[in-house]
Design a binder for this molecule. Structure first.
Ligand SMILES: NC(=O)c1ccc[n+]([C@@H]2O[C@H](COP(=O)([O-])OP(=O)(O)OC[C@H]3O[C@@H](n4cnc5c(N)ncnc54)[C@H](OP(=O)(O)O)[C@@H]3O)[C@@H](O)[C@H]2O)c1
Length: 279
C-alpha cells in the first residue's frame, strides 16, 4: 500500500503515481497493466501524449475497479479557448472510455497566448458538471496561479512541475504549500539519461548508505519534501522499485545534501514556463 497525501478539496492521492508519457498502443497497455497490478493507483496522462485510449484500455484490462484508480489528464495549449476546452475534456473522456477524470490539469500556462484564465474557467465548470473530480495546473508559476484564483475564486489543488535534484523548485514548492496546493514532480528521475541525475556521486553514495537504488533515494527525497513524484517505467522491476520507498527514511542531513544539488540552470530542456510555450 502506498501512503497518501490529502488534497485541499479532500481527495486522497497516493504519494507516488505512475507517469505514462510515451506509453502507447499494446506495449503501453501492457506496461500500465503491469503498474496497476503492482499496486500503482494513480495514472498521469495528457491529450498530448495521445494515450488516453491506452490508459482506459489498461484500466479495463487490469480488472481493478475504476473507483479504486485515480486518472489524471491534461488540456493542451491549442485548446485553451473556453468552448474548445470543454469539448476537449469531453473528447478525452470518450477516448479513455471513462465517465469522469479524477483530475484534469492545464498542461502549460502559455502566458504569451493569454488564454489560461478562460481555460481555467472551463475546468471549473467541467468540475461542477461532474466530468472531473478535482482540478489543477501544470507548469504554473505563482503569478499564473494568482491570476486564475483571482478570476474565478477557485484555486488549483495540484501543480505539476519539473522537479528533480538538479531543479528542486524550492520557491515554487513554498508558494504551493502556502496555498495548500500539492506539488507533483514530472521527470522526477530526470528522465534517466536525459540528465543522468541517478549517476550523480551524491545520489550513488546515498544509495549505498541506505542499500537502495539511486531512483529510490530520489523518489523518497521527493515524498519527504511533501512532493508527489510520478515516475514512468516500462520495466516491471523498476516499477516495483519506484514504489517501494516507504520502508526507510532519509536523515535530515541527507535531505539537505540532496537539496543542495539544485542549480539555477538545472532544468532538463530549459523549459521555463515564463516564456516556454507548448501547444
Ligand atoms: N506536465 C508536463 O509538462 C510533463 C512533462 C514531462 C513528463 N510529465 C509526466 O511525468 C512523467 C514522468 O516523467 P518522465 O517520463 O519524463 O521521466 P522520469 O519518470 O523521470 O524517467 C523515466 C525514464 O527513467 C527510466 N527509469 C524509470 N525508473 C527507473 C529506475 N528505477 N532506474 C533506472 N531508470 C529508470 C525509464 O526507463 P524505462 O521506461 O525503460 O524503465 C525512463 O527512461 C511522465 O511519464 C509524464 O506522465 C509531465
Amino acid at each position: 500500500m502506498i501512503p497518501t497525501f490529502k488534497l485541499a478539496d479532500g481527495l486522497y492521492v497516493p504519494q507516488v503515481g505512475f507517469g505514462t508519457y510515451k506509453l502507447k498502443g499494446a506495449t503501453g497497455v501492457n506496461a500500465i497493466v503491469s503498474a496497476l497490478n503492482m499496486g500503482y493507483r494513480f495514472l498521469d496522462a495528457a491529450v498530448n501524449y495521445e494515450n488516453e485510449g491506452t490508459v482506459g484500455a489498461a484500466i479495463r484490462r487490469s480488472g481493478i475497479p475504476r473507483a479504486d484508480i485515480l486518472v489524471q489528464s491534461k488540456l493542451p495549449g491549442r485548446h485553451q479557448h473556453y468552448d474548445e476546452a470543454i469539448t476537449t475534456i469531453q473528447e478525452s473522456l470518450f477516448r479513455a472510455g471513462l465517465d469522469y477524470f479524477d483530475l484534469y490539469l492545464i498542461h502549460w500556462p502559455n502566458p504569451k497566448t493569454g488564454l489560461y484564465e478562460e481555460a481555467w474557467q472551463a475546468l471549473v465548470d467541467a468540475q461542477k458538471w461532474g466530468l472531473i473530480r478535482a482540478i489543477g495546473v501544470s507548469n504554473f508559476l505563482p503569478e499564473h496561479i494568482d491570476k486564475i484564483t483571482k478570476a474565478t475564486g477557485v484555486q488549483p489543488v495540484i501543480n505539476q512541475v519539473e522537479l528533480h535534484p538538479y531543479f528542486n523548485q524550492a520557491d515554487q514548492r513554498a508558494y504551493d504549500a502556502a496555498h495548500h496546493i500539492l506539488t507533483q514532480a514530472w521527470s522526477p528521475l530526470g528522465r534517466a539519461t536525459s540528465n543522468n541525475v541517478m549517476q550523480d556521486p551524491i545520489i550513488k553514495n546515498l544509495a549505498e548508505k541506505y542499500h537502495k537504488g539511486p531512483g529510490q533515494i530520489i523518489l523518497r527525497w521527493q515524498t519527504q519534501l511533501g512532493v508527489m513524484p510520478i515516475p514512468k517505467s516500462t520495466h516491471a522491476s523498476r516499477q516495483y522499485e519506484n514504489m517501494s520507498i516507504f520502508d526507510f527514511e532519509l536523515a535530515p542531513e541527507d535531505m539537505v545534501a540532496i537539496n543542495n544539488m539544485t542549480r539555477a540552470d538545472g532544468r532538463i530542456r530549459d523549459q521555463d514556463p515564463a516564456y516556454y510555450e507548448e501547444f
